[in-house]
Design a binder for this molecule. Structure first.
Ligand code: HEC
Length: 124
C-alpha cells in the first residue's frame, strides 16, 4: 500500500515536470516571439487559412473592420485568434458560426483544421 502511494507520487511528479516542458510559447506570449511575420516565411497551411480569410471575412474583419472585436488584417492576429477562428468556422462550432452568410465549404474547413493540427503558427 505504501509502495503504491509512492509510485503514485512519482508518477504525479513526472506529469508535473513534464507539463513545464510543454508550456506553449504562443499561449504565454501571443503575438510576440511566436509570430514573426516580417522575417519568417509563411507556412503552406497558414497560407491556405490567410487566403480563406481574405476571401470570406472581408467587409467585417478586414480592411480595418473589427466586427465583434476581431480584425484579421495582420497575419499575427490570425495566429493569435486561431482557436476562435476554428471555433467559429469549423464544425462542430463552439462559437457563433462564421461567416454570417453561411458555412465554409468542407474543404475550407479541412484546411483550417490542418493548420490548427500542424501547430497553428505563421510558419506552419
Ligand atoms: C458580414 C460580416 C461578417 C463576415 C463576412 C464574417 N464575420 Fe465574423 N462576425 C460578424 C459579426 C456580426 C459577429 C458577432 C456575432 C455575434 O456575436 O452574434 C462576428 C463574430 C466573429 C467571431 C467571434 C464569434 C464568437 O462567438 O465570439 C469570430 C471569431 C469571427 N467572427 C470570425 C470570422 C471569420 C474567421 C470570418 C471569415 C471566415 C468571419 N468572421 C466572417 C460578422 C462577420
Amino acid at each position: 500500500m505504501k509502495r503504491l502511494f509512492f509510485t503514485a507520487i512519482i508518477i504525479f511528479s513526472l506529469f508535473a515536470i513534464n507539463s513545464c516542458y510543454h508550456d506553449k510559447e504562443e499561449l504565454i506570449y501571443p503575438n510576440s516571439s511566436s509570430c514573426k511575420a516580417a522575417t519568417d516565411a509563411m507556412g503552406p497551411t497558414f497560407t491556405n487559412v490567410r487566403n480563406i480569410i481574405n476571401s470570406k471575412c472581408g467587409g467585417c474583419h478586414l480592411g480595418g473592420g473589427s466586427t465583434a472585436g476581431y480584425n484579421f488584417d495582420n497575419d499575427c492576429s490570425i495566429v493569435t485568434y486561431w482557436s476562435e477562428i476554428k471555433g467559429s468556422c469549423v464544425q462542430p462550432y463552439t462559437l457563433q458560426q462564421m461567416p454570417t452568410s453561411g458555412p465554409l465549404s468542407t474543404n475550407e474547413q479541412a484546411q483550417i483544421t490542418a493548420w490548427v493540427n500542424a501547430g497553428h503558427r505563421y510558419t506552419d
